[in-house]
Design a protein around this ligand. Structure first.
Ligand SMILES: C[S@@+](CC[C@H](N)C(=O)[O-])C[C@H]1O[C@@H](n2cnc3c(N)ncnc32)[C@H](O)[C@@H]1O
Length: 307
């Protein structure tokens, strides 16, 4: 994801493919929302709502007369959010949007029963400031629910291919991932490991009854790759490579690795390894020899606004 000056497309648009429909197991969400024990009807605010992938899942677990408000700075995402929520099978649900920064949301204090975000904080220079704004907006006794990853795990070159790769290459690719993640945060583009900081951030925001869980869905890919989910995951990788987006945005990766104190020479060498690994994955997948459990760590953390 590029910064403000160089971004070619709406924020995160490259991550709104079919693969995003497979983040959750429905029965896990039933369990999670049972644990939260929201009042019904409930007023929900989804910050950094994007096209509404997260809000749609929440909406299905609300009683009629509940309301869902999406906040995002991208108008194009908000339009998709409204279209998507309109088809959610929740009769009587009130849906609205606000185009705003997560740091400054034009809504009255203490308005919502639940203020939530999914994969927003990892993109922010100042996640604590956004959490402060989320806390302002939640009612006394209401809850904040954040879902954020540690993406470093998935960036490490760990799969069925690791054992046949030269060790130097595995080490260089691991260093590449670390320098990228550290450099991205230093550039103010956000911390991809922010899931690890969620409990502390919620505590520092003054929230109470903090609870932390993990999403129980794994993004596994294994032969014969014959499920819709696996096709979506493999397609996403091919699309990003073909279009030079996301993990294959070379300029973006380069500037982050350099900000992570990697040299130009290191970057070029590791980038060649990175493309070679992707080629190896494609070849092994074509022959039914590539597999991974997914390497995802997706944290779920909730806290209550006390008196
Ligand atoms: C990875 S997407 C997540 C979208 C949605 N929560 C989901 O899980 O599908 C991140 C979203 O945050 C929005 N965003 C990024 N920075 C923002 C900011 N400073 N204020 C408001 N929205 C922001 C982006 O436009 C994008 O829609």
């Amino acid at each position: 994801m590029s910064d403000e000056a160089t971004r070619r497309m709406p924020h995160s648009a490259e991550y709104f493919g079919a693969e995003r429909d497979y983040f959750w197991n429905a029965d896990y969400l039933d369990l999670l929302f049972g644990r939260l024990g929201l009042p019904q009807p409930a007023a929900i605010l989804d910050v950094g709502c994007g096209e509404g992938h997260w809000a749609r899942l929440i909406a299905r677990r609300l009683s009629p007369s509940s309301s869902v408000t999406g906040v995002d700075r991208e108008a194009v995402h908000l339009a998709a959010f409204e279209r998507g929520l309109a088809t959610t099978e929740t009769a009587g649900l009130s849906v609205s949007t606000l185009q705003a920064s997560a740091y400054d949301i034009p809504a009255p204090s203490a308005t919502f029963d639940l203020v939530t975000c999914q994969t927003l904080l990892l993109h922010l220079r100042e996640p604590a400031k956004a959490l402060g704004e989320m806390k302002r907006l939640v009612k006394l006794g209401g809850q904040i629910l954040c879902v954020e990853p540690n993406n470093l795990v998935g960036r490490l070159p760990i799969s069925s291919l690791m054992s046949v790769m030269p060790v130097d290459e595995v080490v260089r690719l691991s260093e590449f991932a670390l320098r990228y993640v550290i450099g991205r945060a230093r550039r103010g583009l956000g911390d991809e490991t922010i899931g690890e900081s969620l409990p502390g951030l919620l505590a520092e925001a003054g929230l109470q009854d903090i609870r932390v869980w993990l999403c129980d869905r794994a993004a596994a890919v294994f032969p014969p790759y014959d499920t819709a989910e696996q096709a979506a995951l493999l397609d996403a990788g091919r699309r990003w490579r073909r279009e030079g987006l996301g993990p294959f945005d070379k300029a973006e990766m380069r500037s982050c690795v350099l900000a992570g104190e990697g040299s130009e020479a290191f970057f070029e060498r590791a980038w060649a390894d990175y493309l070679r690994l992707d080629d190896r994955i494609a070849e092994a997948a074509a022959n039914g020899r590539w597999h991974t459990a997914g390497g995802t760590l997706f944290y779920v953390a909730a806290g209550r606004r006390g008196p």
